[in-house]
Design a binder for this molecule. Structure first.
Ligand code: NAD
Length: 329
């Protein structure tokens, strides 16, 4: 099948081309994101392959359909960027990669926790400047701390496993409790019970209308003073402006983000010589107790191999007309 691959970086091309030896799709790589300005590139392609910050609202979908596109192959798990109702009405099939390496994301979240609780980001800078003072680097043991996990699907359950190994007490909130977590001793509670009890809160639920700004000023107000908050899920789960107020008051003691609600204008690009216009993001960067990575939690070789393999198999299944197990309905 002829596929226009948007938001493609050198690493996407490398892994997709390697996997494509077994599929022989005609892949055409475009570096820009899919937006109303770049949609012309998709003209005549029956399939487009998109990533997390490509746009898939109703206007874009209508233009895609008019151009002859019948398949959107997402090379990610989340599908919040696609207007599924409009896609259905237009007869565009949407497929995704539901799991490629939940370990990659879970391990990255743990990396953020360990960086923050021992100030490794600051220690790294100090030692490079021959500053071996320990002032301001006092950490805390994870052992015995209470961690609240919001969303215990594939990634949240791995987080639970790892933190269980650290000797943490585990609370969780999910619409559907995970039996594996329950066997591990995770206690499911409602959010008003989780917020004040947790020393660390880590988000692993999807972005939906219900979870948009799940963590806002009101939720933050219920949390422990000095709480550690980790978001590796989707940026809009956290109201970033409310987070800044909570950092200033000391309510949030540590903030680890791999995602940010305004990330589509920032992440995946080298903007080191640009003047960043996003004042909220820039303010977040000024706090010593904030660590931000640019949506890289998924970024391991295992994950990229699996993303490439599943994406190309999804396209093959669609082209064969057999239906696709990874269709988003
Ligand atoms: P999953 O579908 O296996 O698990 C999601 C869990 O969230 C499910 O158990 C579901 O019941 C629960 N949930 C749904 N709505 C909820 C709500 N309102 N409140 C609480 N729980 C709710 O998904 P996963 O593979 O574990 O991935 C979780 C999220 O991680 C994805 O939605 C995606 O946004 C994010 N993600 C981020 C990266 C990254 O690179 N940073 C990579 C992959 C996935």
């Amino acid at each position: 099948m002829r596929v226009a691959v948007f938001s493609s970086k050198s690493y996407d091309q490398k892994f997709l081309e390697a996997a494509n030896r077994n599929y022989n799709h005609e892949l055409v790589f475009f570096e820009p994101r899919l937006t109303s300005s770049t949609i012309i590139l998709a003209a005549g392609f029956p399939a487009v392959c998109l990533f997390v910050n490509d746009q898939g609202d109703g206007t874009i979908l209508k233009a895609l359909a008019e151009n002859g596109t019948r398949l959107i192959a997402l090379r990610c798990a989340g599908f919040n960027q696609i207007d599924l109702q409009t896609a259905k009405e237009l007869g565009i099939t949407v497929v995704r990669v539901p799991a490629y390496s939940p370990y990659a994301v879970a391990e990255h979240a743990i990396g953020l926790i360990l960086t923050l609780n021992r100030h490794l980001h600051r220690a790294y800078q100090r030692v490079r400047e021959d500053n071996f003072s320990l002032e301001g680097l006092l950490g805390f043991d994870l052992y015995g701390k209470t961690v609240g996990i919001i969303g215990t699907g594939k990634i949240g359950a791995i987080i639970a496993n790892i933190l269980h190994g650290f000797g943490c007490k585990l609370l969780a909130y999910d619409l559907y409790p995970n039996p594996h977590c329950q066997e591990l001793g995770v206690k499911y509670v409602q959010l008003p019970e989780l917020y004040p009890a947790a020393d660390i809160i880590t988000l692993h639920c999807p972005l939906t209308p219900e979870t948009h700004h799940l963590i806002d000023a009101q939720a933050l107000g219920m949390m422990k003073q000095g709480v550690m908050l980790i978001n590796t899920s989707r940026g809009p789960l956290l109201n970033a402006t409310a987070a800044i107020a909570a950092l200033k008051s000391g309510k949030i003691g540590y903030l680890g983000l791999d995602v940010y609600e305004g990330e589509s204008n920032l992440f995946f690009e080298d903007l080191s010589t640009a003047v960043i216009q996003d004042d909220v993001f820039q303010r977040l960067l000024t706090f010593p107790n904030v660590v931000i990575t640019g949506h890289q939690a998924f970024f391991t070789d295992t994950a990229l191999e699996n993303i490439a393999e599943t994406t190309l198999a999804n396209i093959r299944d669609f082209a064969a007309g057999n239906g696709c197990v990874n269709e988003v309905v």
